[in-house]
Design a protein. Structure first.
Length: 319
């Protein structure tokens, strides 16, 4: 399995200092990314890191072809076209019609368009992966919302190489979603450490000024929020009932929310943490008040809200 990550192509070298760029590159390598696709300006910041991963530079040429060249491999001649790698963007029809023999370099990268999703792509992918093996890399940047799904299907079909970018930057398959799908289906290489995806994503969020939405797959802050009740009970017994992977697998944490489905026992536990013991009648009234708070306030109560509601109830009864 050979991963090429294009995230660094979307950093602005004029706005981000060299240290931050190198820190992000270091994090990607530590996670297990084997090759980084970069722009010329970003490449200048990474000199000296070539012994840790393959660094490729992207620059546009005529005919819609993007050349990829190993910047730091001194064993290769910079003038030998046959020693360069290419990204060749092909539509589905072109993919079917054109030969897969790469006459330009040692890697052929095929890009699919959205129409690929509505074809017999599993068989197509299997055929290409079988014929070309490690000499072909899948690039789905023209596939729109299907990019991540098609990139995974390529791997599932036996493809060895894939191009992606964190947060789906540039329209590429989102690296974090691709890795998560591979993990769920036991296709994730052992060299990949998914626990770093959160820290990497937040570095990127600052670098490209693209906010990570609360419900973003894999990375969103709220995806492991669960309201106490039957779901929490199920997760406590078997996390796979509700979660395809545990929060710690992607460097996140689960948070149990208080809401309209919270049980009296859960509220009692909250109060006990604050040294408060409620009577049965107080617990029942607290349940009613808490549910009213959640409905009217349009948000889940925090533990401090529960305590305040309880003290209000007890105070009114005392008065």
């Amino acid at each position: 399995m050979y991963l090429i990550d294009a995230t660094l192509c979307y950093l602005d070298a004029e706005l981000i200092n060299r240290a931050e760029i190198r820190k992000l590159a270091h994090s990607l390598i530590e996670m297990g990314i084997e090759s980084l696709l970069v722009t010329p300006k970003i490449a200048e910041c990474l000199y000296g890191m070539q012994d840790r991963c393959l660094i490729l530079m992207s620059y546009h040429a005529r005919g819609g072809v993007t050349r990829l060249k190993n910047l730091f491999d001194t064993n290769r001649s910079s003038d030998a076209v046959s020693e360069e790698s290419y990204f060749c963007g092909l539509s589905y029809d072109e993919w079917q019609e054109q030969t897969l023999e790469d006459e330009c370099g040692d890697m052929r990268v095929v890009s699919s368009d959205v129409n690929t999703f509505f074809t017999d792509y599993p068989n197509l992918f299997q055929e290409q992966a079988h014929l070309c093996g490690e000499e072909i890399c899948f690039d789905s940047h023209a596939s729109g919302v299907f990019a991540g799904a098609l990139a995974y299907e390529w791997i599932a079909a036996g493809g060895k190489n894939v191009l992606s970018a964190f947060l789906g930057l540039g329209g590429y398959a989102p690296t974090e979603e691709l890795l998560a799908a591979m993990f769920v289906h036991d296709l994730l290489p052992k060299t990949i450490d998914m626990s770093l995806v959160q820290s990497i994503a937040h570095q990127i969020e600052c670098g490209v000024h693209v906010p990570i939405l609360p419900h973003k797959a894999v990375l969103g802050e709220h995806i492991f929020f669960v309201e106490s009740g039957v779901h929490v009970n199920g997760i406590q017994k078997n996390t796979s009932c509700f979660e395809p992977f545990s929060p710690d697998k992607v460097g996140s944490q689960r948070k149990v929310l208080i809401g309209t489905h919270t049980s009296p026992a859960m509220l009692a536990q909250v109060l006990e943490r604050y040294g408060i013991k409620a009577t049965q009648s107080e617990s029942e009234e607290l349940m009613r008040e808490m549910r009213s708070f959640a409905r009217n306030g349009k948000r889940n109560p925090e533990e401090s809200d529960v305590v305040d509601l309880f003290l209000k109830i007890r105070g009114e009864r005392a008065g």
